[in-house]
Structure formats: structure tokens, C-alpha cells
Design a protein around this ligand. Structure first.
Ligand code: SF4
Length: 329
């Protein structure tokens, strides 16, 4: 059977949906989606990060909210519409109903929403690598889809959809991705955001607490798939740990800060996300903080968050009237 070939508009920009369900001063930001938006831009694919803050009236989940009405209006000019984390599968259903003819692409996030919030295409592989060739294929610009996607097909009446891996898929090109996030989202309800927003930079991804559940007698007889089962059982962060050398990590953090400060000076509060930044924090910051001529953050707050006290957030506060910290690094 020939691979179905869903199509999106050949000209319309891509929308990457980002929902904020919390105060903006959180580590649960849309950094990864901002990076993905930057990757598409660098690949020559026009796109926007479309951000909506979930309000109380949206939580009723009946579609009768002003924000959802504005969201539908905002998405009218985009195709396809890409989403990862949504707070309700009903939202996806309603958007599909109100935006007929548009293609919906789901991304694999922390939780797989394959059947709960079904898209037309599910991007099961690494989005930064798979999405650019996927968009080109959906636009009809290339003959074969990239590997790492699933196409939705109708299942039994009343049952969940079936998902098909295209037989003629080709490997998505590998390549390094520069840190160039889209720092200017299209905000559907800006009045719901605090006046000062944050953006996060990362040190080493994952968590150094790598206890393997396979070694734990409590899990005896339980099949634990590859890639999961490390760290705390309730947390997916521990499934891997990057653990780069200190110099490399510090250079990467500085590069991220420089980019944000140069491209969005209005972002005066940066959150450093790292489960174990202690080994590089002291020497990493001391030069920048204590060099006599160097402008520097006006405050630096570090506090534990994870239930085991491992996750540390460093909160770097920049005064917008002062020179850029990033310029001095
Ligand atoms: S809960 Fe904390 S310590 Fe446990 S795996 Fe997650 S991040 Fe690591």
C-alpha cells in the first residue's frame, strides 16, 4: 500500500503552539519550543511560536473562552499547527473543528499524547532534526518523508486511530544545531503575562542521580524498556545525564546568555536549569562577577527545587539600564 501523503499549505508559516499554565517565573518555560522555532527559521521555514496563557475560564474546557476564540483567530494564517504539551485533548479536537483544512503535527514530549490528543502526523523522533524535512515533505517539496514520524489512519469505528510508520521514509539529515531560540513569541493574551518575563538557559541536561531500577529488588520481574528506569521512579529527568566537562558546560551557558542578552535585552531575568551545577558554578561566574570593569547581574539567587534537593535554579537578574552581562564575557 502506498504511503499516505498528508499536505499542508506550501506557503503559510508554521505555528508552534506553547501553552503556559503557570506563573512566568517558572522553570517550566517554552525554551525547547523556542529553540525548535529557531531551528525552523535557520532552515528557511517561516514560523512563529504562538503562546497562550491558560486562564481559569479555559480550564472549563468547553471552548467558551475569549482566549480560545483569540487563539483560533491567531492560528488562522498558519499551516501546519505544531504542538507538544497541551493541557486538554479537548482543545486539540476543538481547534481541529474550528480550523478545518489545517494539518496538525504532534511532537513527542515528556508524555506521549499519541491517541489522547491525536494529530494528523506524530513526530516521534527528535523534533529539531525531523521537523524541517517533515515540513518540506508536507509542503510537497520533497518526495520521501523523514524517518521518525507516524501518520494517522482511522482505526475501528469508535476506537483509537491507527498509526503508520511510512515505509519509504529516509533518515533525517544529522547536523549540529546552534543555540538561536526564537525569543519573540506571538502572545495571544499578553495581559496574562507578568510585565517581566524569564528565559532559561541550561547547563547539563538530565540528572546525575542515575540509580538503575533494574538493580532494585522492588522492581524484580518488571520489564523496564531501554532508555527509562533511572533516577527516581516518578521522574523522567533521571533517565539520562549529559555530564559534560566543566569548561565545556560553562562555555555553553555563557554562549546561551550572550545570545539572549544580545537578541532580547528586555529579558532581564534568566533561569539556569541544571540538576548539579556546583562543579562549574564557582569558577564559571567568579570572573564575570568580580572582574572590575565587567557589568554583571544585579542579583543571583540559587534555590533548590527538586524533591531530592538536587535541582538548582540560578536566577540571574539583569538591570535593563546596565550594560549587558553577555557583552563582557
Ligand atoms: S526527582 Fe530529582 S533527583 Fe530524582 S530523578 Fe528527578 S531530578 Fe533527579
Amino acid at each position: 500500500m502506498a504511503t499516505p501523503h498528508p499536505r499542508c499549505s506550501a506557503e503559510a508559516p508554521v505555528a508552534i503552539l506553547s501553552f503556559h499554565s503557570h506563573s512566568d517565573r517558572s522553570f517550566l518555560d517554552d525554551r525547547e519550543l523556542a529553540l525548535l522555532s529557531g531551528v525552523l527559521r535557520d532552515a528557511g521555514i517561516a514560523n512563529d511560536l504562538v503562546l497562550a496563557v491558560i486562564t481559569r475560564e479555559m480550564e472549563r474546557d468547553d471552548g467558551e473562552s475569549e482566549v480560545e476564540r483569540r487563539l483560533v483567530e491567531a492560528l488562522a494564517d498558519y499551516d501546519p499547527i505544531v504542538y507538544e504539551r497541551v493541557w486538554s485533548p479537548g482543545l486539540v479536537e476543538r481547534l481541529r473543528g474550528k480550523l478545518p483544512g489545517k494539518l496538525f503535527v504532534g511532537l513527542r514530549g515528556e508524555h506521549v499524547l499519541l491517541d489522547a490528543a491525536p494529530a494528523d502526523v506524530f513526530c516521534d523522533g527528535e523534533a529539531q532534526r525531523v521537523l524541517p524535512p517533515l515540513i518540506r515533505w508536507l509542503r510537497g517539496e520533497s518526495a520521501a518523508p523523514p524517518q521518525g514520524i507516524l501518520l494517522r489512519a482511522e482505526g475501528e469505528p469508535g476506537g483509537p486511530p491507527r498509526w503508520l510508520a511510512p515505509a519509504d521514509a529516509v533518515a533525517a539529515p544529522a547536523g549540529s544545531v546552534r543555540h538561536a531560540p526564537n525569543l519573540r513569541p506571538v502572545v495571544v493574551n499578553p495581559e496574562a503575562l507578568p510585565p517581566t518575563r524569564t528565559f532559561s538557559v541550561t547547563g547539563n541536561g538530565g540528572c546525575p542521580f542515575q540509580l538503575d531500577a533494574r538493580q532494585n529488588a522492588l522492581y524484580a520481574g518488571i520489564h523496564i524498556p531501554d532508555g527509562i528506569g533511572r533516577g527516581c521512579a516518578f521522574c523522567t529527568t533521571g533517565n539520562h545525564y549529559e555530564g559534560r566537562p566543566n569548561a565545556e558546560t560553562a562555555a555553553s551557558v555563557f554562549e546561551q546568555i550572550r545570545y539572549v542578552r544580545a537578541n532580547a535585552p528586555e529579558l532581564t531575568r534568566l533561569v539556569l536549569k541544571d540538576q548539579n551545577p556546583f562543579s562549574y558554578l564557582t569558577w564559571c561566574w567568579q570572573d564575570a562577577l568580580f572582574r572590575p570593569t565587567a557589568p554583571h547581574p544585579s542579583a543571583w539567587i540559587v534555590f533548590p527545587l527538586c524533591s531530592f534537593g538536587v535541582l538548582i535554579l540560578g536566577w540571574l537578574v539583569f538591570e535593563s539600564t546596565r550594560p549587558s552581562f553577555g557583552d563582557a564575557l
